[in-house]
Design a protein around this ligand. Structure first.
Ligand SMILES: *Cc1c(COP(=O)(O)O)cnc(C)c1O
Length: 374
């Protein structure tokens, strides 16, 4: 076990799920995205905890991510959010993943493959129709939703189980963007109605990502699929309604301590010079673990209840903290990089002009995930 580890607080994850379920009400299903290795938290443990908390669906981005969950014994429905290449279709079907489909070519290819390799008892493969109401990424135009639904409904190998759309600016409270979200939702409800008018049951209608769960009750529909919210980061302005707690805490330990004299420099490029005699601690975490190097010069870590600035550049495997001239801190003492009683991944993201997602997903495989409660 190395000093640097990501503690994954499953108790926080579970209480975040309960906050969301209370907000959307008991009649609505919850889909928990565990793509990108559960936003960096570990897909399988997060998926299992989510299902124990009553999630009806999980969601992944790639067929491989879905297979990983199946191999861990998970039998719950798994939405496949991104479009696979044709070579992945047999694995998609064999593992009964539920793809989001929105174009003829994909629907027809899936239908052909699904009827030639039917699921157990010859049941059709459930799919959800993806409608592009303004995200501009994937999905059919709202005007062709009924036609696509008919194509699915008329395919022997497929079954229309749901209809989905994705919102581009639901996390924003800027009036223009709130209006844009309302327009997206109106287009979506038009698309769902057109499917119904064509005599086809649209099944589960879903649209709400984190921003919509926070700010748009009219997006709750039959199911919600918030991701980052469940991992503990609410969009600005929603902290009071949804007081979620960050799930990931990145910790390490001091592996070396030394005295440094005024005028001596620390780390690559000699960007930091001691302005007094001081104490420097070396911490074995760096950009090779996913701690962004751009934080160099503007980052502090928490040790024994106080914050200490890093001295000089973050290296691939190590960084150094300035403990000051007189310190009681010792070699092997614990260090919190983010989360826990230190600033969160969201605070780091704000410094870098990015989003918490990129910080937690960026903590890579070299960092063991530890699940203290389990
Ligand atoms: C990732 C994703 C989500 C979850 O988004 P958050 O912003 O993390 O809530 C929901 N739906 C789709 C289609 C996604 O790709």
């Amino acid at each position: 076990m190395r000093a640097t580890r990501a503690l994954i607080h499953l108790d926080n994850f579970r209480s975040n799920i309960r906050l969301v379920r209370n907000r959307v009400g008991p009649g609505r299903k919850l889909c928990v995205p565990v793509k990108a290795d559960g936003y960096g938290h570990g897909a399988v443990p997060m998926a299992k905890a989510a299902l124990e908390e009553g999630a009806a669906f999980l969601a992944v981005a790639t067929v491989g991510e879905g297979v990983l969950l199946r191999d861990a014994g998970i039998t719950a429905p798994i939405l496949l959010l991104s479009i696979p290449i044709p070579e992945e279709t047999p694995e998609l079907i064999a593992n009964k993943l539920t793809p989001l489909v929105g174009d003829k070519e994909f629907i027809q290819a899936l239908a052909a493959a699904a009827s030639s390799m039917p699921l157990a008892k010859g049941e059709p493969l459930p799919v959800h129709l993806k409608v592009d109401t303004g995200m501009g990424r994937v999905g059919c135009a709202p005007e062709s939703a009924a036609e696509m639904a008919a194509l699915i409904a008329g395919s022997k190998g497929l079954k229309l189980e749901g209809v989905a759309t994705h919102l581009a600016v639901s996390d924003s409270l800027i009036p223009d963007e709130v209006r844009y979200t309302k327009e997206q939702l109106a287009r979506f409800s038009g698309a769902v109605d057109s499917i119904r008018k064509a005599g086809i049951d649209p099944g589960i209608a879903h649209a709400a990502n984190t921003g919509a769960v926070a700010f748009h009750e009219d997006a709750f529909l039959d199911m919600v699929r918030p991701g980052i919210l469940l991992y503990g980061y609410a969009p600005g302005g929603a902290e009071k309604v949804l007081p979620v707690k960050p799930v990931m805490e990145l910790v390490s330990q001091i592996v070396f301590i030394k005295r440094v004299k005024k005028g001596e420099t620390v780390s690559y490029g000699r960007t930091w010079t001691a302005d007094r005699d001081t104490t420097i601690a070396t911490i074995p975490v760096g950009y090779g673990d996913g701690l962004p190097r751009r934080l160099s010069g503007d980052f502090s870590v928490r040790i024994n209840g106080a914050m200490y600035p890093l001295a000089g550049r973050i290296c691939m495997d190590q960084c150094m903290a300035d403990l000051g001239p007189a310190t009681t801190i010792r070699r092997w003492d614990s260090v919190t990089i983010f989360g826990g009683d230190a600033p969160s991944a969201a605070d780091i993201a704000a410094k870098l002009g990015t989003i918490s997602y990129e910080i937690t997903c960026g903590i890579n495989k070299r960092v063991p995930r530890v699940y203290p409660e389990s």
